[in-house]
Ligand binder design. Structure first.
Ligand code: PMP
Length: 384
């Protein structure tokens, strides 16, 4: 039998059969009526999932492309900006801002820390104002989910624009673009949106549009205005990844049919089940043991075991792909992603694989405890 594969990373994530099926149909032309109907529905659904009345721009790019568009449209040369970073992707905002030669200040934490609104407020007061604050909702490298609502509130109180990287979180946990007054939110197709890689989605508030009008950075492909003008006419500025848009439309329909609140609750329960299973094996969590941490569970490798080796064993022996640690956490942690098309049996599969691989590597783990505890935690519907 061909080896069965289990993709349990925080992106790309598994894609539901209905989405794959839609993407497997003959290609349509991106300026013909077939595609226009899809685009119209897709843009409408995207706004619902972003919980915004504002335009959400679709770019054929990875999430980072969407992030880069924020720098070149929201900012102008010499702007002073503030980045809150506590891991790999927070640092990406800082690198992007530096690449644009902005004056970059940071509220920088150790990887794994949870950013605090008080720290952000204090730094903003100390700096006496910045044009924009850059935040990461789910720091995929550590499993920490920041309280974006609280962080955005202190930035808005101090008249800064707020840009949020929600690449790994949008569609898995609440991200209330309008009611939390988030000026820009960036997402990617390949995470909780259950679609293959290829699309970046960027919501733009009225205040962000005003900043865009003032911005003097050169830009072309990622010019927000060019994309907005096209989308307004149910057109696209450039040839999009047609099958990915078609897939995204179906995936968003699945999410909205399930109901966003139900989707969020499913993710909370999956996160809980994963953490409880991990603890039942006697392993130590790296990501916080709290309900908000529902995107990716980061786990410390036991003493004497390299997490990278563990990830390779799981992939090569059992066909289970987990993620290792990045940057300073390389070799030290491994990560189980559970965003998008996952149910409890995906979690128990991952846990069973980890248990087997660690046991073979000499760890003393009670057989079956993780799976059993995860099932209980999932059913309990509240922390056990
Ligand atoms: N931000 C976060 C939080 C992410 O998880 C990722 C992808 N892992 C990115 C940004 C970058 O997205 P991409 O790889 O699609 O450019």
């Amino acid at each position: 039998m061909t080896e069965k594969r289990y993709l349990m990373t925080p992106g790309p994530t598994p894609v539901p059969p209905a989405v794959l099926d839609a993407m497997g149909q003959p290609i349509v032309h991106h300026r013909g009526p077939d595609f226009v109907a899809v685009l119209e529905r897709c843009l409408r659904r995207v706004k619902e999932v972003f919980r915004t009345e504002s335009e959400v721009l679709l770019f054929t790019a990875s999430g980072t492309g969407g992030m880069e568009s924020v720098l070149s449209n929201l900012c102008s040369p010499g702007d002073r900006v503030l980045v809150v970073s506590a891991g790999y992707f927070g640092e990406r905002w800082a690198k992007l801002a530096s690449a644009y030669d902005l004056e970059v200040d940071e509220v920088r934490y150790e990887w794994g820390a949870t950013p605090s609104a008080d720290d952000l407020a204090a730094r903003l007061d100390e700096l006496g104002g910045v044009s924009a604050v850059f935040l990461t909702q789910s720091e995929t490298s550590t499993g920490v989910v920041a309280d974006i609502q609280a962080l955005a509130a202190v930035a808005k109180e101090r008249s800064a624009l707020v840009a949020v990287d929600a690449v790994s979180s949008l569609g898995a946990i609440p991200c209330e673009t309008d009611s939390w007054e988030l000026d820009v939110v960036v997402a990617g197709s390949q995470k909780a949106l259950m679609t293959p890689p290829g699309l970046a989605l960027v919501s733009v508030s009225d205040a962000a549009w005003a900043a865009q009008k003032r911005s003097t950075f050169p830009r072309f492909y990622f010019d927000w205005e060019r994309s907005r003008a096209a989308q307004e006419k149910l057109d696209v500025a450039f040839t999009p990844a047609v099958p990915v848009v078609i897939g995204l439309d179906v995936a968003l329909g699945l999410l909205l049919d399930e109901g966003l609140e139900t989707v969020f609750e499913r993710h909370r329960r999956l996160g809980r089940a994963c953490r409880e299973g991990v603890k039942a094996m006697g392993l130590e969590l790296f990501s916080p043991d709290e309900d908000r941490s529902a995107v990716v569970t980061a786990i410390r490798a036991p003493e004497g075991i390299d997490s990278g080796e563990l990830v390779l064993t799981l992939r090569d022996r059992f066909g289970i792909t987990l993620a290792g640690g990045q940057g300073p956490l390389k070799g030290k942690i491994f990560r189980i992603g559970h965003i998008g098309y996952y149910d409890i049996f995906d979690i128990t599969t991952a846990l069973a694989g980890v248990e087997l691989a660690l046991t073979e590597a000499g760890a003393d783990i009670e057989r079956g405890a993780a799976v059993s505890r995860a099932l209980d935690a999932y059913e309990a519907r509240a922390p056990v």
